[in-house]
Design a protein around this ligand. Structure first.
Ligand code: AHR
Length: 485
């Protein structure tokens, strides 16, 4: 029997809603076609932004959106993306297919999108090929309320009031596509650039480029040299798979779960290094790129990173979000890569059609954790094994909201066996339990434009209250959310 102990009276940390954040880059069909179709498109839109996409993103309460990249950010010159669209210069999107970028989606369009879907904007600035002045001017353009050259330019382009800019990233992957820098060098560059990211309209939280997966040295040096100048340090880690999304067997399923569990290790180990320099945990660990990275779908541009999303992606998403919830004291933002049509997208589009991926449904099911108090859990469970390697078969996290409802999200990663869990719930007297489940008959199940509802959450009746807690029977390869009050 698997055992889960939830201490509803011992919650200390908020699960920051920004853990449920997203990332949209000028890459493939994420921005263009996915989000932006232009005002003259036959696809229903508001000021050029697709109505169906805006509504679907709003429904899962996307709290924060990172833009414009990714690698694209360190090639992007924001002034090319303002003013009348027909006058905006083109550029080459070097990293992503070498296609021509017309800059029709720029600063104003991004803030419009954020306002439409209720997400906080998180801009990533250009350190790799940009200047300090360019970064300084962008912040002034966006946020300065008074009279100034940049604020006046903003007004000339149709926006009187400044926007709030709560989050600003100083470079992306500066150890790689963002300039191939060494950590000591980037730490100095970070200190210089961030000096000119000024607070004109509320505080701009500054996020330094952090490590790639287990580059603990990068974290150490950044924290040693620049902790006092940052509000967040980013972390990137992808769950790689070298074939297309639905082309896998049980061994590959297992491998993906193993890689996804590694995120727990990363949060713990980078967190420990951060603790040495920031024991108060003032600086957030911002996992601003994560998710499954498969081979592209056949017949699509290899530079566009378009992939399908199966039940495996859903389990990987559920596992990551449980891990982030359980590290809520340090992980206070995460951004899945990437919102539409790219990597582990929550939505895929084809012309005017769109479909919600299994990953979308996970974000929908888990949104109950946003800004709730994280509850410590102790989960003792069986293991599943492939080729003599063992993994915990279950993952879980729990929170209590302002109304006193406890939410528990559980993943049964075992593709073959159901799991019976007996849970002790301390500190809450429960009288009601209900749930939703996402699962499917096969590991490879996914939604298509012809069958868009193959995977969607269903009501779940496999949980019941027992003396002192509840019991739940989790089907194989399933994600369940429970509400207990
Ligand atoms: O998300 C795709 C790419 O992955 C991003 O542009 C980059 O930051 C990372 O390497």
């Amino acid at each position: 029997m698997n055992k889960l102990v939830i201490s509803a009276d011992l919650g200390k940390h908020k699960i920051d809603r920004n853990i449920y954040g997203h990332f949209s880059e000028h890459l493939g069909r994420c921005i263009y076609e996915g989000i932006w179709v232009g005002e003259d498109s036959p696809i229903p839109n508001t000021r050029g932004i697709r109505n169906d996409i805006a509504a679907a993103l709003k429904a899962i309460k996307i709290p924060v959106l990172r833009w414009p990249g990714g690698c694209f950010a360190d090639d992007y010159h924001w002034m090319d993306g303002i003013g009348p669209r027909e006058d905006r210069p083109c550029m080459i999107n070097f990293f992503w297919g070498g296609v021509t970028e017309n800059n029709h989606f720029g600063t104003h369009e991004f803030f419009d999108l954020c306002e439409m879907i209720g997400a906080a904007p998180y801009i990533c600035g250009n350190v790799g090929s940009g200047t300090v002045k360019e970064m300084r001017d962008w912040v002034e353009y966006v946020t300065f309320p008074g009279k100034s050259p940049m604020a006046d330019l903003r007004r000339k382009n149709g926006r009187e009031e400044p926007w709030a800019l709560p989050y600003f990233g100083v470079g992306n992957e500066s150890w790689g596509c963002g300039g191939e820098m060494k950590p000591e060098y980037y730490a100095d560059e970070y200190r210089r650039y961030q000096s000119y990211v000024r607070n004109y309209n509320g505080k701009v939280q500054k996020i330094a480029c952090g490590p790639n997966d287990k580059n603990y040295k990068w974290t150490e040096i950044l924290m040693r040299e620049a902790a006092g100048y940052m509000d967040g340090l980013s972390l990137h880690n992808y769950t790689w798979y070298n074939k297309t999304a639905a082309d896998f067997d049980e061994a590959a399923w297992f491998e993906s779960m193993k890689k996804a569990w590694f995120m727990d290790d990363l949060c713990t180990k980078h967190g420990k290094i951060m603790d040495q320099y920031d024991p108060e945990k003032r600086i957030m660990l911002v996992v601003d790129e994560w998710g499954m990275w498969h081979s592209v779908e056949p017949g699509t541009n290899p530079g566009f990173l378009y992939q399908q999303s199966t039940l495996r992606d859903a389990l990987v998403a559920g596992l990551h979000l449980n891990i982030f919830n359980n590290h809520a004291d340090r992980v206070r933002m995460a951004n899945i890569a990437q919102t539409i049509n790219v990597l582990q997208a929550v939505i895929l589009t084809e012309g005017e059609k769109m479909l919600l991926t299994p990953t979308y449904h996970i974000f929908d099911m888990y949104k109950v954790h946003q800004d709730a108090t994280m509850l410590p859990i102790d989960l003792t469970c069986g293991e599943f094994e492939v080729d003599n390697i063992k993994l915990p078969m279950l993952s879980g996290s729990a929170s209590i909201n302002a109304e006193g409802t406890v939410h528990v999200t559980l993943c049964n990663l075992d593709p073959n066996n159901a799991a019976e869990v007996l849970s002790a719930l301390h500190g809450v007297k429960a009288s009601k339990i209900s749930g939703r489940i996402l699962t499917a008959a096969t590991m490879q199940a996914h939604n298509t434009f012809d069958a868009p509802n193959t995977l969607k959450p269903a009501d779940f009746s496999g949980a019941k209250l027992v003396e002192g807690g509840f019991s739940v029977n989790l089907p194989a390869k399933s994600v369940v959310v429970l509400a207990i009050s």
